[in-house]
Write a protein that binds this ligand. Structure first.
Ligand SMILES: Nc1c(/N=C/[C@@H](O)[C@H](O)[C@H](O)COP(=O)(O)O)[nH]c(=O)[nH]c1=O
Ligand SMILES: [Zn+2]
Length: 350
């Protein structure tokens, strides 16, 4: 099962809106087949493993990180394929989080006389798919917020200077984050101030996330990189009464009612478009709104050994006079990247 989890994890960022799934077929203590789900619409992990096993699947043990599907999606149900292949036992790490199908695959297998053991390395497999489980459960993307700050927690100076706070190594690491995310979001102030490209520029290439601009009054120019450069799709969310602006065809303007739940509506709409993971890159006002509304699951803070003494921090709130009102996170990783450190912290599920 460890190997199945490892196989699945290698496809991180490729399978949206599907989960990461790995499968290993073992017969008489020998691995006879293995596979991972590599892209939505393409064969599932079990299909790859059973195809490789061929006749050796008969009487074998199949290890799968997620309950085999039992419904006709883009591909036929794996549960039937497993039954037809003559597999004797199936080990499953996590059941399907979708309440409509959870346990159905197990039932089909057991009714066909296959022994099913669930819960093997359940934690590890669930951790790998936390974004998928979160998005299915909340019908919203799993949101990761990234910010580069000085030691005194500033994202820029008061005058707006921010280039650069962190080093080349840290900035390259941010592009790895972009590569594994379905979409990247900034506010219109960042677009106006930084003219960002928001593309993934790694030495060996990388997948460009869909670019999402929060821009209530549609102030995003038609000739800034995110709207002029069709390197990736660009979605601009504005209010219904925003003026009309002509953009190139890779740009889509989505008008939403002006309401206190504007951000939630943006996230719900992104989920309907198959966006399972969202990277929020700021700026300060956008970060504060996402955090204050409890819409962030994970935080990546890139901290440079600099002190500047003025400028916006990653989170500003006028609602927390008492330290007891602070938002509690859990630091899961601290890594050194060149001269900087990268802190990963998760917000505890409310
Ligand atoms: N100022 C800094 C950052 N700044 C991040 C955002 O403000 C930039 O607009 C955005 O990354 C630009 O995207 P691009 O055009 O695609 O390169 N981010 C960092 O990690 N370190 C920094 O020192
Ligand atoms: Zn399947």
């Amino acid at each position: 099962m460890n190997f199945a989890i490892q196989l699945a994890s290698e496809a991180k960022g490729q399978t949206s809106p599907n989960p990461l799934v790995g499968a290993v077929c073992v017969n008489n203590h020998r691995i006879v087949g293995m596979g991972a789900h590599l892209e939505a619409g393409k064969p599932h992990a079990e299909v790859h493993a059973l195809a490789m096993a061929g006749e050796n699947a008969r009487g074998s043990d199949l290890y799968v990180t997620l309950e085999p599907c039992s419904h006709y999606g883009k591909t036929p149900p794996c549960a039937l394929k497993i039954i037809d292949s003559g597999v004797a036992r199936v080990f499953i790490a996590t059941l399907d989080p979708n309440p409509l199908v959870s346990g159905r695959g197990v039932k089909l297998l057991e009714e066909a006389g296959i022994e099913v053991i669930t819960g093997l390395l359940k934690q590890e497999a669930a951790q790998m798919n936390q974004a998928f489980f979160h998005s299915i459960t909340h019908q919203m993307p799993y949101v990761t917020l990234k910010s580069a700050v000085t030691l005194d927690g500033r994202m820029a100076t008061e005058a707006g200077s921010s280039k650069w706070i962190t080093s080349e190594e840290a900035r390259e690491d941010v592009h790895r984050l972009r590569h594994i995310h379905d979409a990247i979001l900034v506010g219109v102030n960042t677009v106006l101030h930084d003219q960002p490209f928001l593309t993934t520029r790694l030495p060996h290439g990388g997948k460009n996330p869909i670019r999402v601009i929060l821009d209530r009054h549609l102030r995003t120019p038609a000739d800034t990189p995110v709207t002029a450069d069709p390197a990736a799709g660009t979605l601009i969310y504005c209010q219904e009464d925003a003026p009309d602006v002509q953009y190139r065809k890779h740009v889509e303007v989505i008008r939403l009612p002006d309401s206190v739940s504007f951000l939630q509506e943006v996230l719900r709409d992104l989920y309907t478009r198959g966006i399972m993971t969202l990277l929020v890159e700021g700026g300060p006002a956008v970060h504060s709104s996402f955090i204050e509304q409890g819409l962030v699951q994970e935080l990546y803070l890139y901290q440079a050994p600099k002190l500047i003494g003025n400028g916006p921090s990653v989170f500003t709130s006028n609602r927390r006079a008492d330290m007891a009102d602070s938002l509690k996170l859990e630091i899961t990783d601290v890594d050194q990247l060149g001269s900087d450190i990268r802190i990963r912290a998760i917000f505890k599920e409310a």
